[in-house]
Design a protein around this ligand. Structure first.
Ligand code: GDP
Length: 370
């Protein structure tokens, strides 16, 4: 599944440093042949303790984690929605992403100039970006209103009549400079419709990365900048991940055992990057199922809500075409009973058909016939 999260932010906030940490965190080329694509795309491994457990148990020749892509979107400056800087190119790149990761500068440094040379100001930075995306969306929404308004009023066109109240609600929100995500009074069905049909940037799910100074990383309580970003994220029901991009870059250059030591010295179990990867995966509405055997233990990514045959198709199109059934048990049962045999003995191995909605943590064997 090729889903990607786009990294955005104003100039000099640490985007490239973070992106370099991502591309440095070596993805094993032999397991991930698609890992070298264009220079703006970084493939990350999704850390998963469950896969570690399964690999311990099966001792396979190969362990393959789930992956997804980060896309480095440079070039946002104030006025992008009016074509400033790389404006249109920048907005088009965001349009292609499934979610947005916004890096916000939370570190002081005299060496690293701010784009406008003002003091560090996370709230203003977030507002600047939100406003650019909202203005770009507002012009898209106004265009659509222009087309649909007459159709709804005169021709009583059903689609146009359905769209108009949604468009007007979005317009009101965007005119305030707020992201379309925050539009009030829309049903979940209307929001889903807007997501599918209007291609708005500010309707995409977002998470904030607060890029804090190395010295603040272990003392976030006292980092006022971080608290500001966290507060904004909470209001928007978005996630905020504290990261020191500089530290992440250092970590990404270390061999795995030294990486653990370094993290321990910071009092951390996992890196900020690992946290970011996990949170982005969740933001993209993704889950994982596993296939296990002596050859390979593997985590596969699927979109929440997918049915068993579609998930089989992620492995191979033949599996979907010739789908017969899925033999499934859940990871928690395996952990509880200790072995696949014991899972079977306790009646936890199920046979599921074409209508089965796959669940996060399912361990599955697909039966198919082509
Ligand atoms: P971008 O324009 O957003 O891609 O920003 P860069 O990643 O190029 O970073 C701009 C400058 O800030 C570079 O000189 C980085 O070394 C520096 N920088 C990035 N992250 C940090 C950080 O966490 N702490 C400090 N002190 N400097 C950082």
């Amino acid at each position: 599944m090729s889903l990607k999260a786009g990294i955005v932010g104003l100039p000099n906030v640490g985007k490239s440093t973070l992106f370099n940490a991502i591309t440095n965190s070596h993805v094993l080329a032999e397991n991930y042949p698609f890992a070298t694509i264009d220079p703006n795309t970084g493939v990350v491994i999704v850390p998963d303790e469950r896969l570690d457990y399964l690999t311990e148990m099966w001792q396979p020749k190969k362990k393959v984690n789930a992956t997804f892509e980060f896309y480095d979107i440079a070039g946002l400056v104030k006025g992008a929605s009016k074509g400033e800087g790389l404006g249109n190119q920048f907005l088009a790149a965001i349009r292609e992403c499934d979610a947005i990761v916004e890096v916000v500068r939370c570190f002081d440094s005299e060496q690293v100039l701010r784009y406008n040379e003002d003091p560090v100001d996370p709230a203003n930075d977030i507002a600047t970006i939100n406003l650019e995306l909202a203005m770009s969306d507002l012009s898209a929404v106004n265009n659509r209103i222009g087309k649909q308004e007459v159709k709804a009023r005169i021709a009583k066109d059903k689609v146009a009549m359905y769209e108009m109240p949604i468009l007007l609600s979005l317009k009101k929100t965007l005119e305030n400079g707020d992201p379309a995500r925050l539009a009030k009074g829309l049903t979940s069905e209307q929001i889903a419709y807007a997501k599918k049909n209007f291609f708005l940037l500010s309707l995409k799910p977002i998470l904030y990365v607060a890029n804090v100074a190395d010295s603040d990383y272990t003392d976030l309580e006292h980092c006022a900048y971080y608290q500001i970003v966290k507060g904004i994220a909470e209001k928007e029901h978005a996630e905020c991940i504290p990261v020191s991009c500089a530290i992440e870059y250092e970590i990404s250059q270390l061999p795995p055992d030294e990486k653990k030591e370094f993290l321990a010295s910071l009092g951390a179990k996992e890196s900020g990057l690992d946290k970011l990867v996990k949170a982005s995966y969740k933001l993209l509405n993704l889950s994982t199922f596993f296939t296990c055997g002596k050859d390979e233990c593997r985590a596969w990514t699927f979109k929440n809500g997918m049915l068993a045959p579609q998930c089989a198709g992620i492995i191979h199109s033949d599996f979907e075409r010739g789908f017969i059934k899925a033999e499934v048990y859940d990871f928690d049962s395996l952990k509880k009973y200790g072995s696949e045999e014991a899972v079977k003995e306790n009646g936890k191995l199920r046979s599921e058909g074409k209508e089965y909605v796959m669940k996060d943590g399912d361990i599955v064997f697909f039966r198919f016939n082509v």
